[in-house]
Design a protein around this ligand. Structure first.
Ligand code: SLL
Length: 205
């Protein structure tokens, strides 16, 4: 009898045609130091990963690793407990690689998200010490045909708020449905582009 599950190549039971979607946000929050700024330290900033609704993610994540620019001491920062954030001081903007590792029963490979540290607003906005420069991006973790045990555990989990981030009061509220729709449109556009390239390639052969 087909119960909607199948056994994968490792002998684990998975749910067919099922997706588990976990909305998250990666972001940076940067404070200009104003009069206290020097050549090498102009800002104090925090990079973080959070649930899109600030919910706790410890039932899914085992750790989050932030890869800073090599000019920082120990640029490889591992955070095993929430809040998943790293605070530093510096002078320049750069791309931060954020790697999410999942709980062992998920059996999924790590996922990396690249996020650029933003220290300055656009050219016409002067620096201020009154509020931070925020840069947040909504993302979705998609577990396709998840392990049955992991899926059941996650859907039965009762959501609870995560410990507050240091920049908690400044984080944005995302309209999940709107963001999910934008992501779907992006994915569809990419799929069309891939299909076009493939057609062109096949036509040229
Ligand atoms: C830039 N490509 O030129 C970037 C590099 C590096 C920023 C930015 C280190 C501070 C410290 C720091 O802020 N590095 O180690 O104290 O803009």
């Amino acid at each position: 009898m087909d119960d909607g599950t199948f056994i994968d190549e490792n002998g684990d039971r998975r749910l067919r045609d099922t997706e588990l979607v976990v909305p998250v946000v990666v972001g940076t929050c940067a404070w200009w130091l104003g009069k206290k700024a020097s050549d090498t330290v102009t800002h104090r900033w925090t990079v973080y990963l959070r649930g899109a609704n600030n919910e706790d993610l410890t039932h899914i994540l085992s750790k989050v690793t932030f890869e800073l620019h090599h000019t920082f001491t120990n640029p490889h920062r591992v955070v095993a407990q929430p809040p998943y954030e790293v605070t530093e001081q510096g002078w320049g903007e750069f791309d931060i690689n954020i790697t999410l590792s999942f709980t062992p029963d998920c059996r999924e490979k790590d996922v990396s998200i690249l996020h650029r540290l933003k220290l300055y607003e656009n050219e016409n906005t002067p620096n201020t010490t009154k509020k931070p420069v925020m840069s947040e991006v909504y993302e979705e973790l998609v577990f396709s045909e998840p392990l049955e045990g992991f899926y059941r555990r996650v859907v039965q989990h009762v959501p609870r708020p995560a410990p507050e981030l240091s920049c908690g009061p400044y984080t944005l509220a995302f309209d999940e449905r709107e963001e999910a729709e934008k992501l779907r449109e992006c994915r569809a556009r990419v799929a069309t582009m891939v299909a076009d390239v493939r057609k062109e390639y096949e036509g040229a052969r």
